[in-house]
Ligand binder design. Sequence first.
Ligand SMILES: *Cc1c(COP(=O)(O)O)cnc(C)c1O
Length: 420
Amino acid sequence: MNKKDFEYYNTMLVHGTGAKTGPIAPTITTSAAFGYADTYEAEGIFAAKVNKPLYSRMGNPTNAQLEDIIAKMEGGVAAIATSSGMGAIAMACTAILSSGDEILCVGGFFGGTYTLVNETLHRFGIKSSFCKVDEFEKIEEALDRGVKMVLFETVGNPSLTLPDVQGIINMCNRHQTLVLVDNTATPLLLRPLEMGADIVVHSSTKNISGHSASLGGIAVFRAVDIYKDKLLREKYKDLHPFVKKLGEKAFFGICKKRALRDYGMTANAFGSFLTMLGIETLGLRMERIGKSVESIVKLLDEKLPAGIKVNHPSLQSSPDHSRYCSNYSNGCGPLFTLDCRNKERAFDLLNALNMVIQTANIGDNRTLALHMSSTIYSDFDTESRKFLGVHDGLIRISVGLEDPLTIVNDFLQAAKSTKG
Ligand SMILES: *Cc1c(COP(=O)(O)O)cnc(C)c1O
């Protein structure tokens, strides 16, 4: 087998989105419905015995192209494209969890994920508990207590804490408990399914697209072992019929029939087409941005005035530096943060930027920056902000494809106009 480096993915991704004969670019099928040849074909399609589109909420040929390539990229057996990253997370959570179940959330979280588990799922009787990435005893306790699923992100956003991805997955597998990993920050850099995770989700709005032209998400599933899978445990009893019916693709059926069909967080064909245009250059972009981030944070760390601190795991000053070196050999994605100590200085710096764009997105081809506590986290209470690592002087930056020195110079000139 090929070594899975950037070269491997550059080749795979440009050949995976289109076809070898006929249209070589991804094709867009916008039809919502599809005619069936006869009653027998209709019956077969509804029984999932005939592999043809049923109705676009449940599956669409353009979405299927996207699902195929991302399933391959993550080493999964199937995938489901969704309307957004939150759609993918909500789909996986609601497909698996029922009222009375508990989900354990490890580490810092994207704001929407935090409110989903901490507010919305609560309204439906699903309990959640939280712990920090290295609180292994708490994780162990929760697994002993019988949590139904564990959820974590490969890079804390915006805290930039790095979890022991393999370690947490191994703990979940020892306790035969499902684990869902949000790999939005690190596509290609980490492959949690190959490390033993059950479901990987992405906001494809971010790195996977890169161009900010298409909101989307995707969930990718590992193959289920029909003889001795953890899904066959008593605690997952309500999911057993899917193992019986769909075998190794059980998670695909679970998400389709217990969430997508009824909530309709389906991707649209045009969005999936745009996402695939992004995917063709994903390897090139991740490699370039990984190198840029390291050189940018190093220069800013040296040159920014006292009182503005750079946080990135590649810096020796970061508490995550040794984990970065040992487990994140291709980098940890586009993010770094600046701590300006207070809101005023952070505002002054942001408002003096010439090139960098202020917005809530990340993983874009352009460099983006945002003040955290006054925007995404403005309606979070003090305790939640503390848990998520959001303090008043915090600016999150997502590095793009521009010349790294031009990015550095924009921050340096902006910092000059601030008062320490
Ligand atoms: C943006 C993001 C999401 C949500 O994705 P949307 O496409 O905006 O719905 C989930 N997780 C992480 C880590 C994100 O950065």
